[in-house]
Every structure is written in C-alpha cells, then in structure tokens.
Design a protein around this ligand. Structure first.
Ligand code: GTP
Ligand code: K
Ligand code: MG
Length: 366
C-alpha cells in the first residue's frame, strides 16, 4: 500500500470512529500514525518541479506576506492594487503560474507581498502547484488567505485543512509542552495543571508509535493529543493568518456584515477599492512590526521621523543597536528613550530594555 492510501485508510477510520472515552487511545494512536505518514509524504522523494520557475524568490524588505487562495479569488488583482508590480489577472483559473513578488510601502516599512498560483483541494499531496505554494507559505511572516466572498464558508475550511496537513498552524500558539527524548530511564511524565484531553498511558502509546521509549514530558497547559503530536514531530510553523474575503461588491450588505464578524476576517473589494487601507492596517497589526526613530546627540535636533527603523514587536535596545550596526552594542554605554516604553521622557535604559512602537532612541557610546 502506498503512503497516500495508508493516509486515506487512517483518515477513513478516524471519521468512522466515534469520539468517546473508550476510543480515546485508539484515536490518539491513529492520529500519531497519520502525522507520521504525512511527515514521510512531505520528506519523500523531492519532485523535480519542486524548485525553479520563479518559486525561489529572495526575501526582501522588513517582512514577507504570502497570498494563498483558490484560483480566481483576486490574488493578482490585489497585488496590482497594493504594489507597483504587475501580475496578470483574468477571469479564468490558474492565470498566475509562478510566484510574483511586489512591495507594499506602509508606515515606512517595505513589506514583500507574494502573489502565488491558486491552490486546490489536494494541494498538500502535490496537486497542481500546491506543494510549491505551500512551501513559500511556510516562509511568510503573515499569510493572507484570500477567499471569494460569494463562495460560502467551505473554501476557508478546505484551505485551512490543506495547510494543517503540512504542519502549518494558523493563528495558533506553539503548545506549551516540554519534551526531551532520552537515552534511558523510560518515560517521565508530569503536568503543572489538570489534564482533560490526555493521560500518561495515551502519551506513552503515542510515543511508542514514534519508537520513543525514553523521554521527559512536561505539560504546562491542558493540551490535546494532536498538540502533543505537533511537539514530537517538531517541524510545525505557527503563522498569523488574515482571512481576506474579496468581491464583496457582489454580495448583500447582510452577508458582508456576517462575514466581517468572523474571527481574523476582513472584507474587501479590489474592484471598488473597498477597505484596502484597513487591510494594510490589519497586515501591520498581524506582522507586529514597530517603528523606532533615532535622535543624534547634542543640540535640539529633532529625531529623524522620515526614516524609522523597522523591528519586530518585543525588540530590545540591543536589537536596535544590531539593526543600526552590528558593532554598536560593543561600545554601548546607555540609551535615552522618549516614548511609551518608558516612565520618564527621556529615560536612561540598558541593552535589555524592550522598546515600543514609535519610541525615539538616542544611543550613548563609551
Ligand atoms: N466582482 C469582483 N471581481 C473581482 C474583484 N477582484 C478581482 N475580481 C475578478 O476576479 C477574477 C480573478 O482575478 P485574479 O486577480 O486573476 O485572481 P487570482 O486569484 O489571481 O487567480 P489565479 O491566478 O488564476 O489563481 C478577475 O476577473 C478579476 O477581475 C472584486 O473585488 N470584485
Ligand atoms: K484568475
Ligand atoms: Mg493570479
């Protein structure tokens, strides 16, 4: 039996199996098997088309955003609206066949926006250009899952499932589980909170499926078997995702209102230029980028507000130093900061101080 057949057998069995206390172990095992086969499938012989043809796009700018969606939902139209790059758009499916990068300039940052071919059900198993699209998706800082507002809710669930299959978790946090395989000593299992989804026996069964007999496992939150499998498997990526419903010019206002209220969702119309500014603000929010302005020493010079430094949320003064020049941190004495991250303006801070959006910083060297 090929891997694909094994996978579909297991999937069938899982859907056949009723979820209850008695089947808990059985289901846990099936899920572990499924995750294992899927991993094999992805690692399997690299298909010759997995590279090239415009898919090896260099990362550039401060962040990368990937447009993923079914054919003809308007991905290329959006790229044309938001960037100065042109990508062919048309009413027929699979107009776009490669990855086309554009640049969005927003809040002084350069955000790389990737237009990609449409993906279809079965993409994760290599249908169409699915695997290549998903491989690019993994490298993004934020995924824009683009949907046709007229097509109902199925698309969203289908796409999410495709991405899940290949280990991409959308709008989820890495499970807080400590896991360390050992050479000997059996399984040491502990939890810092009551567990309602798994117990030691199930954890042991799942680990055996991966031929792991000695390990230390500590649940720091009430995780599920699936989440534990994610931790064992290891190569998961956790990506923020915005569901972008396009073509709202063709549906009723009631329907627009309903869709807009769903979590992580935003409604737009490329054709009528509706809500595109709001989309950019959302992208900015999901990227969690911050702007830091520098001020030179001496005089009453104003900071250079035209030219901010773009950093990740939770960046420290040390990150700021590295951004300016990698040797600055060595000769660093202290920094003065004006902004929301300090109590006083200015305030003297050290390298570990966490900066906030729109802080002004002056670095004083030894
Ligand atoms: N009514 C309406 N049509 C739109 C809107 N945005 C795009 N379209 C149309 O949708 C069709 C598909 O647009 P594309 O930009 O080619 O879609 P795509 O997702 O890039 O398609 P593929 O590259 O084939 O996957 C075109 O005919 C567009 O004119 C919109 O906001 N409203
Ligand atoms: K199209
Ligand atoms: Mg396109």
């Amino acid at each position: 039996m090929g891997i694909l057949e094994k996978i579909s057998e297991i999937e069938k069995e899982i859907s056949r199996t009723q979820k209850n206390k008695a089947t808990e172990y059985h289901l846990g095992l099936l899920k572990a098997k499924l995750a294992k086969y899927r991993a094999q499938l992805l690692e399997g012989p690299k298909s010759s088309s997995a590279k090239g043809e415009g898919f090896d796009v260099m990362k550039s700018g401060d962040a990368r955003v990937a447009l993923i969606g079914f054919p003809s939902v308007g991905k290329s139209t959006l790229l044309n609206k938001l960037t100065s790059t042109f990508s062919e758009s048309a009413s027929y499916e699979f107009t776009t066949l490669t990855c086309i990068p554009g640049v969005i300039e927003h809040n002084g940052a350069k955000i790389q926006l990737l237009d990609l071919p449409g993906i279809i059900e079965g993409a994760a198993q290599g249908k169409g250009r699915g695997r290549q699209v998903i491989a690019v998706g993994r490298t993004a800082d934020v995924v824009l899952m683009m949907l046709d507002a007229t097509k109902g809710d199925v698309q969203r669930a289908l796409l999410k499932a495709e991405l899940e299959t290949v280990g991409i978790r959308l709008n989820a946090r890495r499970p807080n589980i400590y896991f360390k395989p050992k050479k000997a000593g059996g399984l040491h299992f502990n939890a810092t909170c009551p567990l309602t989804h798994v117990n030691e026996k199930l954890i042991q069964l799942i680990l055996h499926e991966y031929k792991i007999f000695n390990a230390e496992v500590l649940f720091r939150e009430d995780c599920t078997a699936d989440e534990f499998i994610d931790v064992i498997t290891g190569n998961r990526v956790y990506l923020p995702c915005i569901y972008v419903y396009n073509k709202i010019d063709t549906i009723s206002i009631e329907e627009v209102d309903r869709i807009a209220r769903q979590p992580h969702s935003i409604v737009i119309s490329c054709n009528l230029d509706l809500n595109l500014d709001f989309l950019l603000d959302k992208v900015w929010e999901y990227l969690a980028l911050i702007r830091i302005y520098t001020k030179k020493r001496g005089g009453d010079q104003n900071p250079d507000f035209g030219d901010g430094l773009i950093l990740r949320n939770n960046a420290t003064v040390e990150h700021v130093c590295h951004y300016i020049h990698r040797t600055i941190a060595n000769s660093f004495k202290y920094a003065l900061i004006w902004g929301t991250s300090t109590k006083f303006n200015p305030q003297r801070v050290g390298l570990s101080h966490v900066v906030q959006d729109e802080d002004v910083i002056q670095i004083v060297k030894k």
